[in-house]
Design a binder for this molecule. Structure first.
Ligand code: GZL
Length: 321
């Protein structure tokens, strides 16, 4: 018995000595990540949130998560709260590109590294964030444009396009529009006759498409929607107007969420350009690198494809979001 007790005492002493080593304490402390999410406006966002929460749990990272309901002031409040709580790292998906410099300077002054995920900011001072991980939205717009140019190559007359833009001032809305127009401007038959924001939601996408149909109905040949949720809302409006989606009006959208594959398999959506929301694992890996004193690349790009309706049924079982 005495020997056993001696071993226990020695082990306890050993442990308490080890815990005085600087590395030991640091190695044991859980990393705390403050994450400010845009909101829950679309299937894409829901999948993105799920990816981040699951990856944080898998990585053993303590996640403080805030939903900004698509309001910049809520994101700024959340970031200030993370600074006050002295989290180890702050990450966020900026709802719009501008207006972040002051709060990012406060994070820098507090020596808390910041990671941008999904959407970027237009700050001139790139020292305000460690890395930006997400898609190339301009290329997504180009992919949509190239698909349309190919689809309409034999079309002689005007191709009248209506556009449902994403959230005003957001990187995906600005860049997808830019990439799409860069491609279609090569042929004057492509005319964007109406363009308005649907704020990335199904409800607003339906409402705006109803207004487009009321104004231009039969004149509309193509709908370019900056995300699948707005396209799905617009499909409802097109059917309620007695027209056939994907036949009377060619429909192009972006994200590649489940709802888009279901619409393509039902013959109501022509194509969806992939934009992956599954950023959780990459984010946690970057957070761990930063905590370990490593610097991730300034730009981490997500690789993506394009899914025409003809491939939807074969692809659908393989989809992860
Ligand atoms: C794109 C992301 C966009 C999606 C929308 O990375 O920011 O926001 O395309 C989402 O579905 O609402």
């Amino acid at each position: 018995m005495a020997i056993h007790r001696r071993h226990l005492t020695a082990a306890a002493v050993g442990l308490s000595l080890a815990s005085m080593l600087p590395g030991f304490a640091q190695a044991q402390k859980k990393i705390v990540l403050g994450f400010s999410q845009v909101g829950a406006e679309s299937e894409w966002r829901t999948a993105n949130t799920e990816s981040i929460k699951l990856a944080a749990a898998d990585a053993g990272i303590e996640l403080k998560f805030s939903d900004a309901q698509q309001k910049q002031e809520n994101q700024i409040k959340a970031i200030r709260s993370f600074i006050a709580q002295k989290v180890d790292v702050i990450a966020f998906s900026p709802v719009v590109e501008s207006g972040w410099d002051n709060v990012l300077r406060e994070a820098k002054a507090a020596k808390i590294p910041v990671v941008l995920t999904d959407r970027s900011v237009n700050s001139k001072d790139t020292s305000l964030y460690v890395t930006f991980m997400g898609s190339d939205f301009v290329e997504e717009g180009r992919k949509a444009g190239r698909w349309l140019v190919d689809k309409m190559k034999d079309q002689k007359g005007d191709v009248n396009i209506v556009e449902l833009q994403g959230t005003v001032g957001s990187a995906p809305a600005i860049d997808r529009k830019k990439g799409f127009e860069e491609i279609i401007k090569a042929d004057s038959k492509f005319k964007v006759i109406r363009s308005q924001t649907g704020d990335f939601t199904r409800a607003k996408g339906k409402e705006v498409m109803e207004a487009f149909l009321k104004a231009d109905g039969k004149k509309i040949n193509v709908l370019f929607a900056h995300n699948d949720d707005m396209a799905i809302g617009a499909i409802q409006a097109i059917e309620e107007a007695g027209m056939k989606p994907a036949k009377d009006i060619t429909i192009i959208s972006i994200d590649g969420v489940k709802g888009a594959f279901e619409a393509m398999m039902a013959g109501k959506l022509n194509v969806s350009v992939e934009c992956s929301p599954l950023l959780g694992p990459q984010l946690m890996s970057a957070v761990k690198d930063i905590q370990a004193g490593k610097t991730p690349p300034k730009r981490i790009l997500t690789k993506e494809g394009i899914f025409p309706m003809e491939t939807a049924a074969a692809e659908f079982p393989k989809r992860k979001y």
